[in-house]
Design a protein around this ligand. Structure first.
Ligand code: FMN
Length: 393
């Protein structure tokens, strides 16, 4: 097979292999998808500062996240329905991440359940919690996560209700796909996906099974989500979660410095600067552009992580340069998974690792701790040129 050299290639391969409704669920954003696309486009606006003649023969991408040694400053973001992108997707992605030496986060609305994943992987993983209306159930989820050995809970705050995702509505997103003529006709063109899916029993929300009715056919995901998730979610809930959860706590979905400070007050160990991959508030700023203000607001009181639009080692380097302790990948992982299962996720991680390792070398940096704003070049091209020219007579 031809060597795959970029996440974009895996995205195209996933588009060919995964049924449209699930590819679009991954690929799309909310409303006009402006924020979804700006997340990655804004990385493209940043320039790296090339340095030469510095001995970079011994470089390391090793980093730390909440006290854990990791191979590079990247973790896998929680993603609902991962097991619909590829059969047993959560297990495959978690194995790829663990073999690579980075954390995997399981979503509340994953296809593979908490206990099921714990039985099928070698190492502990992180659990992402949505605060649902039934708070007793939410407490039970935390207890279950603790009892399968999750060391970290990631509480997502940016989905008190669903953003309108037009592609999902158009495609009639359901899990599993309804046997309409259109869906059946499409499935014939996706033999790779079908073959794997026929070999698994995991086709509905594993962690939620048995607790919430009508799970066999979540025919309108957004409607279902709005029925289960709680728009009254507020900081007192976060405090309550902090009191109950004994492990490390990450608050995800922060874009505003004031919210970041509230999360710190509530006892978070880390926050994730995130707009949910542009799937919630369309028109919100990109995560990378929101990062510096959050970093300066919280200082060193908590770790600041970021996600949204990361597709390469250069993107990771830029995020670290702007003050992130670490990053997460959502879609990049899902494209790899849809394209080639576990092997595809591994390939994504290799591409990002290789890009980061080489970018460090070309910027004259040998360790992740050394990366900072001094590794970036700021300003519009014309302004930079004008400033560099001798002053006009
Ligand atoms: C298909 C998909 C499903 C997602 N499901 C969840 C979820 O269940 N819980 C959550 O906190 N975030 C979820 N997210 C958001 C991701 O955790 C992450 O914030 C986002 O994907 C980062 O942007 P990126 O995809 O550009 O890397 C999801 C994202 C995608 C693409």
């Amino acid at each position: 097979m031809r060597a795959v050299t970029s996440v974009e290639e895996l995205r195209r391969m996933a588009r060919r292999r995964v049924p449209r409704m699930f590819f679009d669920y991954v690929d799309g954003g909310s409303w006009s998808e402006k924020t979804r696309w700006e997340n990655s486009a804004d990385f493209g606006q940043l320039h790296l500062r090339q340095r030469v003649a510095i001995d970079v023969s011994e470089r390391s991408t090793a980093a730390r996240m909440l006290g854990n040694d990791i191979r590079m400053p990247v973790a896998i973001a929680p993603a609902g329905l991962t097991g619909m992108v590829h059969a047993d997707g959560e297990i495959l992605a978690a194995r790829a991440a663990q073999k690579f030496g980075i954390p995997y986060t399981l979503s509340t609305v994953a296809i593979c359940g908490l206990e099921d994943l714990a039985d099928n992987v070698e190492e502990p993983f992180w659990f992402q919690l949505y605060v649902m209306r039934d708070r007793e159930f939410v407490d039970g989820l935390m207890d279950r996560a603790a009892s399968v050995g999750c060391p970290v809970l990631v509480v997502t705050l940016d989905l008190p209700l669903s953003g309108n995702r037009h592609r999902d509505v158009r495609n009639g997103l359901s899990s599993p796909p309804r046997p309409t003529l259109r869906n059946l006709a499409e499935l014939v063109t996706k033999p790779y996906w079908c073959r794997a899916m026929l070999g698994t029993r995991r086709r509905s929300f594993g962690t939620l099974a048995g607790h919430i009715g009508n799970l066999d056919d979540v025919s309108a995901l957004a409607k279902w989500t709005d029925g289960q998730f709680d728009p009254s979610l507020n900081w007192s809930d976060v405090k309550r979660i902090r009191d109950r959860w004994k492990g490390k706590l990450i608050i995800k979905g922060i874009l505003d410095p004031e919210d970041a400070l509230r999360a710190v007050e509530c006892g978070a160990d880390a926050i994730v600067v995130s707009n949910h991959g542009g799937r919630q508030l369309d028109g919100a700023v990109s995560s990378i552009s929101a990062l510096p203000a959050v970093v300066s607001a919280v200082g060193t009181s908590v770790e600041v992580h970021v996600d949204g639009g990361i597709q390469s080692g250069q993107d990771v380097f830029k995020a670290i340069a702007l003050g992130a302790q670490s990053t997460y990948v959502g879609r990049s992982m899902l494209y790899g998974l849809g394209a080639m299962g576990e092997q595809g996720v591994t390939r994504v991680l290799e591409i990002i690792h290789d890009g980061l390792h080489k970018t460090m070398g070309l910027c004259g940096v040998v360790s992740v701790d050394e990366i900072g704003p001094h590794n970036l070049v700021f300003g519009e091209v014309e302004t930079r040129i004008r400033q560099a020219l001798p002053a006009a007579e």
